[in-house]
Design a protein around this ligand. Sequence first.
Ligand code: STX
Length: 314
Amino acid sequence: MELFPNIEPFNTFNLPVSDLHTIYVEESGNKNGKPVIFLHGGPGGGVDPKYRRYFDPEKWRIIMFDQRGCGKSTPFAELEENTTWDLVSDIEKIRNHLSIDQWVVFGGSWGSTLSLAYSQTHPDSCKGLILRGIFLVRKKELDWFYQEGANNIFPDRWESFLEPIPVEKRDNLMQAYYEILTGEDHSKKIEAAKAWSTWEGSTVRLLQDENFISDFSDDKFAEAFARIECHYFMNNCWLDSDNHLIENMHKIRHIPGVIIHGRYDIICPVIQAWDLHKAWPEADLHIIPDAGHSIFEDGIKNKILEYTDRFSNL
Ligand code: STX
């Protein structure tokens, strides 16, 4: 299956959401179509125009926004007043601003985390959930990717991730990165941000693509992505227990949903989708046999397209 053609938004605006933050929001597709809110990854990844292409523009009113501190939202890379629960309230602000009663929620990776946090807080606002590359922010998930686990599969790429961190600080890499990413030394900060971001870019696909990896090392992208991710993960995304998102599944089990996950996802191992499905057996689960973590991989793309078509009739 092919993605839909590239389209431009029919409406864009900047929405002030606190004294400090203003977020960029856009609408594309059909003004009278079924509303879908697209929650991007990272946190700190921002939206890409290509994401619009996963939705039939005749059927969907596609709403996308850059979460606090990234993309076209301001202030750039700001960590103050930037938490999971701030984002959850921003999503409701967007829904109210656009006078939308209910919408389908689409989220991959950190977008799946945020989709769960949002829908568990505001279940009545959600008509359906399309979730991919499940990330539940459990300690074992953060350790796997940032301390011990994924390094066994990408030891070559891991060396570059270790590089900005002095040997004596490597027993807690996230803490060491946090100090640099929130420190005063600008050139060290950017160097660390690029290494942090490139580690994710290098591991996101089953088959590596150097062109794609280099996007992650762009100074601007990396600064927001690394600072915001590290800030969220150092704070366990402000969830009140390690298993918070699983423990609250009873609030949203009645909402139609699908879980799509690559078998060889190294950033978010497939056990995370499996555990979510155990707590939400009503949802469809699709493990894609030949994919990693990226939304752009064929098997994942095809399955998403199947479901954005199906869920346009909810
Ligand atoms: N971060 C997972 C995540 O949400 C730990 C994510 N990983 N890569 C991305 O997001 C993008 C490719 C969307 C930037």
